[in-house]
Design a protein around this ligand. Structure first.
Ligand code: NAD
Length: 256
């Protein structure tokens, strides 16, 4: 029970294939108390069903990360419920679908650029900013990123830039919050078929390529990511902050 009595906020559950859903399940098994959020009313009942499978008492609150007001309301709900918080999981990203296919330069737009960076990078520090007064010492903040920030991956396009921004955000947030002993890290996950991944054109090709090329000769599982998330938010990782930890079956190290 690595997370016994820790209070964790998990953002990014949209289906039972979501990385955030796997993290929530692993956190439940490791003794954490959880709050989940849903982005829209349409997702509410699905997220509530997933929460109930973990524990009947988990509460779910709305939070669209594009809205400062919804972030403040979420903070107020949690402050009222728990007073303090130990863990934030930020497992959300978005870019308009038409930018996640075809030629990067031809398809990029100012609006698409701004939306991708706002939801996929700014929202992580927006949460840290709003929640900082209720974060316990020893808190751990964790986000999800992808190799497309470092290397050109076909069709990932604008999301690669947004993830590069997110990863730099992790380092600056770690520096800023370190004096309060709050840690900030990211998991760079290998490809997994989720709703978000389905929005990236040709995603099955990536899965096949990774399986052939990764040192472990397989794609990662949701459990691979969730177990690393437990480690990075538990006191077992107390000296780790500002890092991008690759959970990718080693794919990112392979050259020729
Ligand atoms: P998913 O579709 O299950 O989850 C994405 C989540 O982002 C959804 O819950 C959605 O509601 C949320 N979201 C989008 N816009 C939002 C907004 N405005 N406000 C609040 N929430 C919003 O897909 P996933 O693969 O579990 O994605 C989770 C994270 O993992 C993302 O950051 C993604 O980029 C990252 N990631 C995924 C993979 C992969 O292959 N699946 C690989 C590396 C990193």
């Amino acid at each position: 029970m690595n997370l016994k009595n820790k209070k964790a906020l998990i953002i990014g559950v949209a289906s039972n294939r979501s990385i955030a859903a796997a993290i929530a399940t692993a956190f439940g098994l490791n003794g954490a108390n959880l709050v989940l959020t849903f982005q829209t009313e349409k997702l509410k009942s699905r997220v509530e069903d997933i929460a109930r499978e973990i524990d009947e008492n988990i509460e779910c609150f709305p939070c669209d990360l594009s809205s400062d007001e919804e972030i403040v309301n979420l903070k107020n709900h949690i402050k009222k419920k728990w007073g303090k918080l130990d863990i934030i999981i930020h497992s959300a990203a978005y870019a308009p679908r038409e930018l996640l296919a075809g030629d990067y330069v031809d398809n990029v737009t100012r609006e698409g650029f701004n939306i991708a960076h706002d939801i996929s990078s700014y929202s992580f520090v927006a949460l840290a900013k709003e929640f900082s007064d209720i974060l316990n010492e020893n808190s751990s903040l964790l986000t999800l990123t992808y190799l497309g920030s470092q290397k050109v991956i076909k069709n990932y396009n604008i999301m690669g830039l947004a993830k590069a921004s997110l990863e730099t955000n992790v380092r600056y947030m770690a520096q800023s919050l370190g004096k309060k002993n709050i840690r900030v890290n990211a998991i760079s996950a290998g490809p997994i078929k989720t709703l978000a991944a389905a929005g990236i054109s040709g995603f099955n090709e990536i899965l096949k390529h990774v399986e052939e090329r990764a040192p472990l000769k397989r794609n990662i599982t949701l459990d691979d990511v969730a177990n690393t998330a437990v480690f990075l938010t538990s006191d077992s990782s107390s000296g780790i902050t500002g890092q991008i930890i690759y959970v990718d079956c080693g794919y990112s190290i392979s050259g020729f």
